[in-house]
Design a protein around this ligand. Structure first.
Ligand SMILES: Cc1cc2nc3c(=O)[nH]c(=O)nc-3n(C[C@H](O)[C@H](O)[C@H](O)COP(=O)(O)OP(=O)(O)OC[C@H]3O[C@@H](n4cnc5c(N)ncnc54)[C@H](O)[C@@H]3O)c2cc1C
Length: 423
């Protein structure tokens, strides 16, 4: 059948679903995108915070230069200007004993040398940990361990390098601690990120995600003719010989192909698949102050602190105001403390980091996204019925973990699959 006569449904209006819908619509196909929430964006959605009269992300998102597909998409939807990038890697860190220090690579050196120099310069490193960096690089080609912590033991990686570099990166990239994170997937992340100055640098959005990313994507989808149905939960799917029927509260509609870009647990429910799905949470503690609370850099990684990352949102958004918005992020948060205690702990840490002992927030909000990411797990993706395509987040061992980059990639791949099936 001619591709322009094809009717395609996309289930899920997060980054993966929107990317797939845009790609398919560009080929002239009719696309209906169904999103159960009142607005698009999924986990990259923002909400309006009345006390500060501002849009706020559930949690801030970091980018790395190796996010080639995300960067290309941002260019395509004229949104790259909504991000800011380091020139080369600078990982600002802080601990109680050493204060501020960083893993900073000099662009004057070729990347591998710059990386060695950066580790050498960190306090409590030097020749003590440099050989570990080399051992790690060598062992990366042939990972035989299941978990990152086993890999570290096998490769005899110095505890200081684990604490100041690897645990920080593992939590940020995998949203899991080293004892739980898959070694082969983490090695993939390190190989992709630590290959050049360009890929290793970090980036961030200069506006809330709904404005920086989702609105431009939605607007490009609409221009290309995608029919977007928000507040439209898909209740049932029926795949048969001639296509797939999609049921929402408004009734049933026939499609030639259906892309599932919702969570894997919803996919399994819709397709009656029995399969355990492992997820990991992220806790975000937002604090607003009626005074300037400026971090030395747009974000700081805490070593030995409860708050793993402290994001200076006002600095990232370049907000010219006397007030400040800081967000502390805790990946794979296992603390059983009360919300009040968590906020208190993070505030004390922030007081030390900024050396502003009198800090008191005027407003606070703690958001724990329970299903922030789907963990890398050994279970393979299920076989999909004919006329359905899987674009759900379900990384398996050795694959890149769940990030916005892999969401964009899943969207592109599902659209490609859809086109291949048509031709
Ligand atoms: C707090 C937080 C911080 C993060 N930080 C980072 C970071 O720093 N860097 C990074 O790269 N990544 C980060 N991530 C991960 C990243 O946001 C996700 O991996 C990515 O957004 C997933 O996109 P997606 O489209 O696959 O899924 P989702 O965004 O979950 O989209 C799925 C959509 O499907 C919809 N849906 C579900 N069921 C139905 C149904 N029956 N009918 C219709 N629609 C349905 C949902 O409402 C949702 O909108 C973070 C995530 C969180 C939560």
């Amino acid at each position: 059948m001619n591709s322009t006569a094809q009717h395609i449904a996309v289930i899920g209006g997060g980054l993966a679903g929107l990317t797939a819908a845009l790609d398919i619509a560009k080929q002239g196909m009719h696309v209906d995108l169904y999103e159960s929430a009142p607005s698009l964006g999924g986990r990259t959605q923002s909400f309006f915070h009345h006390p500060s009269q501002s849009w706020v992300d559930h949690g801030p998102h970091l980018l790395i230069g190796a996010y080639h597909h995300t960067i290309a998409l941002l260019k395509d939807i004229d949104a790259l200007q909504n991000t800011q990038w380091q020139n080369s890697l600078n990982l600002p860190l802080w601990d109680m004993q050493r204060g501020h220090f960083s893993l900073t690579t000099s662009k004057l050196l070729p990347f591998p040398l710059a990386q060695m120099h950066a580790v050498y310069k960190m306090p409590h490193h030097g020749m003590k940990t440099l050989p570990s960096l080399l051992r790690m690089a060598l062992s990366m080609k042939n990972i035989s361990s299941d978990k990152v912590s086993d890999w570290m033991i096998k490769a005899n990686i110095h505890p200081n390098l684990q604490r100041d570099m690897l645990e920080v990166l593992c939590l940020a990239a995998m949203n899991e601690h080293m004892h739980a994170a898959n070694a082969a997937s983490f090695a993939q992340v390190l190989q992709q990120a630590f290959s050049t100055h360009h890929t290793a640098r970090l980036g961030w959005f200069t506006k809330p995600l709904s404005q920086a990313l989702i609105q431009p994507l939605e607007s490009h989808c609409k221009t290309r003719g995608v029919h977007i149905h928000t507040s439209s939960r898909v209740l049932a799917l029926h795949a048969h010989q001639h296509g797939c029927d999609v049921k929402t509260r408004l009734g049933k509609k026939h499609y030639h192909q259906v892309i599932l870009a919702c969570s894997p647990s919803i996919r399994n429910k819709l397709l009656h698949i029995e399969q355990p799905i492992a997820t990991q949470s992220i806790t975000n503690i937002h604090l607003w102050f009626d005074q300037q609370v400026t971090l030395q850099t747009p974000f700081v990684g805490g070593i030995g602190t409860y708050g793993q990352w402290f994001f200076d949102i006002s600095q990232q958004f370049n907000t010219k105001a006397s007030s400040s918005h800081i967000c502390a992020v805790i990946s794979a948060d296992k603390s059983k403390s009360s919300k009040t205690k968590k906020v208190h702990t993070v505030l004390q840490e922030l007081q030390h980091i900024t050396q502003q002992p009198q800090l008191q927030p005027i407003s606070q909000r703690i958001i724990t996204v329970q299903t922030a990411t789907h963990c890398v797990c050994p279970i393979a993706r299920p076989n999909m019925p004919k006329h359905t395509i899987d674009a759900c987040e379900q990384p398996t061992e050795g694959e890149l973990p769940a990030t916005i980059e892999t969401a964009v990639l899943r969207g592109h791949r599902a659209a490609q699959q859809c086109l291949t099936n048509t031709n």
